[in-house]
Design a binder for this molecule. Structure first.
Ligand SMILES: C[S@@+](CC[C@H](N)C(=O)[O-])C[C@H]1O[C@@H](n2cnc3c(N)ncnc32)[C@H](O)[C@@H]1O
Length: 208
């Protein structure tokens, strides 16, 4: 948990207590429904919570903004972002019902009023969002196909509305058909070795 305060020193007491509770909640739920790999659970705050919050360093979310997390699994990156931005609305979607059960249990235990979680396939999600966030779900070609009609027209943030995807490794080939993609190295914000090849990929999308 110290690692979260290291990079986000202005958290409120409520946010600190919510982040603190994540460890126990995920340990408890992960024992029943596997949402985080066993080896990763000991590094929950680094590999899952702080990694998710990398998106916040690239683009903080404004009050009343609408954010969709596709393939959220146990709630990443959606849950840590919802704690950090309690005035933004988060819609967390996954095609596996038992993962959404964990997300709902965690959100309820934390008292997060800004999280709605649904057992739904990405392709079926309705609504318009300022940003669509994600991690470890699919390749960018498919992801853009799933999401391009779900972007709100009105731009309120510094970055253009679109995708903010947490990716790692060499993305040259995967992003060849997205010349408008911008890559933000997480090493610009976080010094831990884990982030060495990790990036936030921003792709502006227009509804059409
Ligand atoms: C590797 S997990 C990643 C989970 C989470 N984003 C994380 O980083 O911890 C991929 C998740 O994407 C979900 N998923 C895959 N295809 C999907 C689709 N078409 N619609 C919704 N969820 C999908 C899977 O059910 C799974 O929970």
């Amino acid at each position: 948990m110290d690692i979260i305060l290291k990079y986000f020193p202005d958290l409120t007491e409520l946010q600190i207590s919510q982040f603190n509770k994540l460890e126990e909640l995920y340990k408890e739920w992960n024992a029943q429904i596997n949402v985080i790999s066993r080896k990763d659970i000991d590094e929950l705050y680094l590999r899952h919570v702080l990694h998710s919050l990398g998106i916040a360093k690239v683009q903080p979310f404004l009050p009343d903004s609408n954010i969709l997390d596709i393939g959220t699994g146990g709630g990443f990156p959606g849950i840590p972002l919802a704690i950090l931005f309690p005035k933004a609305n988060f819609y967390l979607a996954d095609s596996i019902g038992k993962k959404i059960k964990v997300v709902n249990e965690v959100a309820t235990a934390l008292g997060l009023k800004n999280v709605k979680a649904d057992h739904i396939r990405a392709e079926k999600v309705k609504g318009e969002f300022d940003f669509i966030v994600s991690r470890a779900v699919t390749n960018m070609d498919d992801f853009v196909k799933w999401t391009r009609k779900k972007i709100a027209k009105k731009k309120n943030h510094e970055l253009k509305n679109g995708i903010l995807y947490l990716k790692g490794g060499d993305l040259t080939e995967e992003l060849v058909s997205f010349p408008n993609a911008t890559l933000y190295d997480l090493t610009n914000y976080f010094e831990e070795e884990f982030f060495e090849t990790k990036k936030v990929v921003h792709i502006p999308l227009k509804k059409r």
